[in-house]
Design a protein around this ligand. Structure first.
Ligand code: AN7
Length: 405
């Protein structure tokens, strides 16, 4: 593992110590990044690494050799080649990396294994987050595994059932806030400062170190050749920033030769990053009333927007939005053509691909990876809404025989 790293502000370059509990730059308020001495990274230890999941890539994680990870065997998710869907969309080569196959059912586990391991190293008394659902489920699980208390703030009535159930079951103190996700994040940040709880939203740069391993796994599965494009949903904008960093690191240390076009998809009713991208701005204008059926990405003031906009522009990618109807349609197609069950936010990546192909922005020859961030079972209520209801019948074989004809 890489003990040699800096916690550095992406805006003014100020550095902070590893023992410091700091989330944003104390000098200018900018986002922080974990920087390694890449000249000291042994490529063989990345390419030849044994093991599986996030900790396989421990040379590029910010810990000393002897650290004991808090892990529930996260990562190592399947990368499916999707021939039928590719054909119907009109592209030659489409892969789906299904992050819903993580232990808690979302990609957040990758960030939490690193984040909670750091929390234990720092010796904090508890951990906390605001969440649209998946972050809280994952935090509750890792806190349980670590044996420390967790506190989660959820926007009341706006979180999918499966996610709340997980947070409750694994023992988090769940607080239902009369407000939206952005309100919850604002409040939990104050709470963490005052109560000395460790904040594990994606503003915490250690979270992103775990999530960047999505890039490592994609590259490795494709025999260290990177795809032309990676498409994923964007909410708080941490994951797209993390995956870009992962690909950048592989290129920096000399394992790969290029970086995929990072392509971020938001919902029509919550698209501050898309607007900033299209208007050529480096900062977003927050949206007061974000609204979409994809509750995971119902976020109006994404904290990692500055990093995400860099990732998208520096890689030659784009940001685009899709409607709720387009999301639902893509969710059904992915389920029925490929057998991949995802929650609405995740289907935004497929909906975005379809739209960008139609617009001529994506070319047929591109090798594309879509990331589906969360599992279908996270949001059972939504499934019942969009699928045909089961037909109820008496226990009579003749009646049922007629139904299957
Ligand atoms: C399924 O759980 O923000 O752009 O609090 O659950 O890195 O925020 C969830 C985000 C995409 C967006 N897909 O990722 C939370 C939360 C799913 C998600 C995103 C989320 P980011």
């Amino acid at each position: 593992m890489s003990e040699e790293y800096k916690v550095k502000c992406i805006r003014c370059g100020a550095c902070f110590s590893k023992e410091d509990v700091v989330y944003t730059c104390r000098k200018c308020g900018g986002l922080l990044d974990i920087n390694y001495d890449y000249s000291g990274i042994d490529i063989e230890r990345v390419v030849e690494a044994i093991g599986e999941g996030v900790w396989k890539y421990r040379v590029l994680l910010p810990f000393a050799e002897d650290i004991k990870p808090i892990t529930i065997k996260e990562g190592n998710t399947p990368l499916y080649k999707c021939g039928r869907l590719a054909k119907s969309i009109g592209v030659d080569e489409l892969w789906v990396k299904h992050e819903g196959m993580n232990p808690s059912g979302s990609f957040k586990d990758r960030g939490m294994t690193v984040g909670v391991t750091k929390a234990i190293e720092l010796g904090v008394k508890g951990v906390a987050c605001a969440s649209t659902g998946n972050t809280s489920a994952s935090l509750a699980i890792f806190a349980a595994k670590a044996g420390i208390p967790s506190y989660v703030l959820l926007p009341k009535g706006k979180v999918a059932l499966g996610k709340v159930a997980q947070a409750m079951m694994h023992g988090a103190k769940v607080i239902s806030l009369r407000g939206n996700f952005d309100d919850a994040l604002r409040i939990v940040r104050v709470l963490c400062e005052e109560e000395k709880l460790y904040l594990l939203n994606s503003v915490n740069p250690y979270r992103l170190e775990g999530q960047k391993t999505i890039a490592f796994e994609i590259a490795e599965k494709l025999k260290w050749k990177v795809p032309d494009r990676v498409i994923l949903p964007v909410g708080n904008a941490g994951n797209i920033s993390a995956i870009f960093k992962g690909f950048l690191e592989l290129k920096t240390v000399g394992i790969t030769g290029s970086i995929p076009k990072m392509t971020g998809i938001q919902a029509e009713g919550a698209k501050p990053v898309v607007n900033a991208f299209k208007e050529g701005r480096g900062e977003i204008i927050p949206e007061d009333k974000p609204e979409t059926i994809a509750s995971a990405i119902r976020i109006g003031n994404p904290v990692n927007a500055a990093k995400a906009l860099h990732a998208i522009r520096d890689s030659g990618g784009v940001a685009e939005s899709v409607t709720d109807d387009e999301i639902t349609k893509a969710q059904l197609e992915l389920a029925r053509q490929e057998g991949i069950g995802v929650e609405p936010a995740s289907a935004a990546s497929i909906a975005g691909l379809k739209k960008l192909v139609k617009m001529g922005e994506i070319e047929r020859e591109e090798k594309i990876v879509c990331i589906t961030t969360g599992h279908l079972l996270k949001d059972p209520e939504r499934v019942i809404e969009i699928c045909e209801a089961p037909k109820e019948v008496d226990a009579d074989v003749d009646l049922i025989r007629k139904m299957v004809k």
